[in-house]
Design a protein around this ligand. Structure first.
Ligand SMILES: NC(=O)c1ccc[n+]([C@@H]2O[C@H](COP(=O)([O-])OP(=O)(O)OC[C@H]3O[C@@H](n4cnc5c(N)ncnc54)[C@H](O)[C@@H]3O)[C@@H](O)[C@H]2O)c1
Length: 442
């Protein structure tokens, strides 16, 4: 696989020339003779969430290659982008010389292998959340993105939405004072979790999916129809990242962002913990972060919960009209009140007596996908680039590490990616890839 940096530089240079021309008001028709600014996109995992990812990122540009291990989904994607090449093996897709940027929307265990390889080739990457399956992978992705100076964006599109941007502004402007306690929660899992054993219902290899490619770096597991592909891989330790991994990068994001949280000092999981095979039916994860200018005191306790566990809210006077406490959301308790946020939208300042008359000016939402595309052309910067998204992913995945050893308060050394007070827990920082699927840098 050859480095593609020359085409990348060409894209940037052509943008500079066009900008220079625009600044002397050249009619756009004259720009027809300029070198093309068309970005050549590719998609890996094109048939699920990837369908929307590649469509939204490539708007106004070109899709030259698509990859999916499901033959039917691959055919559908190829039809959608006439002239594009189709691949079952992402490594063959990345061998193509005409690609500038890749959207990566596979199951979680394949995000890092594909993204690291793509970045190593100098390609820009839009990667679904969570960026990685393991903490070690997330750290390596951050380092690789810096080394290669590629444009990166994580698929937590809520970050660009009006609600989360407004929440950040409200917290950082001190609307509820300094924050003393924070929560985030989700109604997931809405797929099987808490299973002690892998499926016994094992059939022949499927004819519609390349199972070896689907497994990729994961340990070999016999194919079991309806248990993994599609969508239901989420709860299995080998492939998914459970309820926390699925929603943490969305719902913990406004808290981490607004409060400027770095890496936690410690983490502990309540609940049954993971089985040998799967994430638990529910979990409550307590993180402790060093204090920041937006928090009260030396440290901040931030609790994640899922599987129907909601944060304490009996004492909260909910606003009239809110019939049910949100099933997915985040909550900040500040010195002067509470900000309750339903995932994506809407939010409430409480209590009503204090904030009833307060008018909040909403920050307009942006297009998360097009931000990535415009950043490639040098027109803007991405907001969930890997210097933000990799540490956020590490925090989320540290919760999953705690789920493997529940009931223990784990002290975390982020510099060395190490639990300092529980030797066995460190085996979950990094996983071993299946023979033949080793990836440079991971
Ligand atoms: N940001 C969001 O709102 C959002 C929403 C849904 C899913 N997601 C994320 O998108 C990713 C995919 O989730 P999904 O629900 O679409 O899963 P899915 O299983 O429905 O779809 C995944 C697709 O990738 C294909 N695939 C699997 N392994 C592959 C491989 N090695 N190479 C190429 N293609 C492969 C599958 O055949 C399938 O078409 C996950 O990371 C998930 O967290 C994000």
């Amino acid at each position: 696989m050859k480095n593609r940096s020359s085409r990348r530089n060409f894209l940037k240079t052509s943008f500079v020339s066009t900008t220079a021309l625009s600044s002397i008001s050249a009619p756009s028709i004259l720009l027809g003779g300029m070198p093309s600014k068309t970005i050549n996109f590719a998609s890996v995992g094109a048939g699920g969430k990837g369908w929307g990812d590649i469509k939204s990122c490539s708007k106004g540009h070109k899709v030259v290659a698509v990859c999916d291990v499901d033959y039917g989904r691959l055919e559908r994607s190829k039809r959608e982008y006439p002239g594009s090449k189709g691949f079952v093996d992402w490594r063959k897709l990345l061998d193509q010389k005409d690609i500038d940027a890749v959207t990566i929307s596979t199951p979680d265990h394949m995000h890092a292998p594909v993204a690291m390889t793509a970045m190593d080739l100098g390609l820009h990457v839009y990667v679904q959340k969570p960026l990685a399956h393991d903490i070690y992978e997330a750290r390596q992705m951050q380092l690789k993105a810096r080394e290669k100076k590629v444009i990166t964006q994580m698929g937590n599109q809520g970050h660009s939405g009006s609600t989360y941007q407004t929440v950040v502004k409200m917290i950082q402007s001190g609307m509820i004072g300094k924050v003393k306690r924070a929560y985030a929660w989700s109604n997931r899992p809405v797929w099987p979790q808490g299973k002690d054993t892998r499926p016994e219902l094992v059939g022949d290899l499927p004819t519609d999916v390349s199972w070896d490619h689907w497994l990729g770096t994961a340990p070999y597991r016999p194919y079991a129809k309806g248990f993994y592909h599609a969508f239901r891989w989420r709860g299995w330790l080998d492939f998914g990242t459970g309820a926390l991994g699925d929603m943490g990068c969305h719902i913990m994001d406004p808290v981490v962002w607004a409060l400027g949280l770095g890496a936690p000092n410690s983490v502990s999981a309540q609940g049954p913990g993971a089985t040998q095979e799967s994430f638990p039916k529910w979990s409550v994860i307590d993180y402790e972060f060093p204090g920041t200018p937006f928090t009260l005191g030396k440290s901040l306790k931030f609790t994640w919960s899922d599987g129907g566990k909601l944060p304490p809210h009996a004492d909260l006077k909910l606003p009239k009209g809110l019939k049910q406490f949100p099933r997915n959301g985040s909550m900040f308790h500040g010195e002067n009140g509470t900000l309750l946020v339903q995932h994506s939208s809407p939010f409430w300042l409480l209590p009503d007596e204090t904030f009833g008359q307060v008018k909040v000016e909403r920050v307009p939402g942006k297009n998360h996908y097009q931000e990535f595309t415009k950043a490639i052309l040098g027109e803007t910067k991405t907001s969930t680039h890997f210097d933000y998204a990799c540490p956020l992913t590490e925090t989320v995945l540290l919760g999953n590490l705690a789920i493997r050893v529940p009931g223990k308060k784990l002290e975390w050394d982020t510099t060395n990616l190490k639990v300092t007070n529980h030797k066995e827990a460190n085996q979950f920082v990094k996983r071993k890839y299946r023979s033949g699927w080793e990836v440079k840098g991971l």
